[in-house]
Ligand binder design. Structure first.
Ligand code: PAF
Length: 283
């Protein structure tokens, strides 16, 4: 079982002598409810670093007032097992008061289109919460490398920008989307889905895959790629589309007419009350 620390002081005291010996540290920031996707991030970190720290913190500042902060699954005991099996050494599971010690807030915010498009439209405070908590974690742990999943493609682009602009001295390691056998992208929120919704949600990965094939076969107009993806997903009666969008990479820049490789095709779709996201890189 990995060691579990709840305070910044304890974690820093543990890491200090190890860093002094020149050991490398991998950080895997998570909100817990760990699944195979997280286990892949952890095992990648364990392969590439001497010590792997996994943070488990359901970060209140990245949830809007009507979102699922209270309902978000909290499963620390099971998470410790996943971390141990995947090769992680330490879990950092702070309380909200530990992470947000002041009554007034200090924010780290990436502004501009990169945080306003896609999920930024319906979740206006989300990325400010993510960049604030991730910079706190970077400052607490001082990792050599930090691991994030490509499933949260916009989060990845926002964090790349933050690391560059704030001169964080670490390497971001982005791990491809881990999918269930059906193609459904692994997500802690999949536990909210009924069996019927779960099989309906397979339409997302299936459609994104065909969209990539179409792009490779010569369908390169942004409008055509988006309308194909939207139409296919809409054929699933349980799917309620929030967005189907396409932006250029890196940095989620606006595409004019043609999809330029590499570009991100991303979707957010509700099945019942559960909002799922998925994406594919067109290249
Ligand atoms: O991707 C997540 O689980 C969260 O957004 C993160 C990066 C752990 C920050 O709370």
């Amino acid at each position: 079982m990995p060691q579990c620390f709840h305070t910044v002081k304890e974690l820093r005291e543990y890491l200090k002598p190890l860093k002094a010996q020149g050991k490398t540290v991998g950080l895997v920031p998570t909100m817990g409810a760990l699944h195979q996707g997280h286990a892949t991030l952890i095992s990648n970190s364990a392969k590439e670093n001497d010590i792997t720290v996994v943070s488990v913190f359901v970060n209140p500042t990245q949830f809007g007032p009507t979102e699922d902060f209270d309902a978000y699954p909290r499963t620390l005991e099971a998470d410790l097992e996943v971390v141990g099996k995947a090769g992680g050494d330490v879990v950092f599971a702070p309380s909200p008061a530990e992470m947000y010690p002041s009554s007034d807030d200090t924010w780290v915010e990436v502004t501009g289109n990169i945080t306003k498009v896609l999920c930024g439209k319906s979740r206006p405070i989300h990325f400010r919460g993510v960049t604030t908590v991730v910079s706190k974690l970077f400052n607490i742990v001082g990792p050599t490398r930090a691991y994030f999943g490509q499933k949260d493609a916009q989060q990845v682009e926002v964090l790349r920008r933050m690391v560059k602009d704030m001169f964080f001295d670490l390497e971001l390691r982005i791990v491809p989307i881990v999918r269930e056998e059906s193609g459904l992208a692994r997500s802690s929120r999949n536990t909210y889905l009924s069996a019927e919704e779960k099989s309906a949600a397979v339409i997302l990965s299936k459609t994104l895959k065909i969209a990539l094939e179409k792009f490779k076969a010569g369908t390169t107009k942004v409008e055509d790629i988006i309308s194909f993806t939207r139409t296919e997903i809409a054929k699933e009666p349980l799917a309620n589309i929030e967005y189907v969008e396409c932006y250029g990479l890196p940095g989620l820049y606006e595409l004019s007419d043609e999809v330029k490789a590499p570009s991100l095709l991303a979707v957010a779709v509700r099945f019942g009350t559960t909002r799922l996201i998925d994406n594919i890189i067109l290249e």
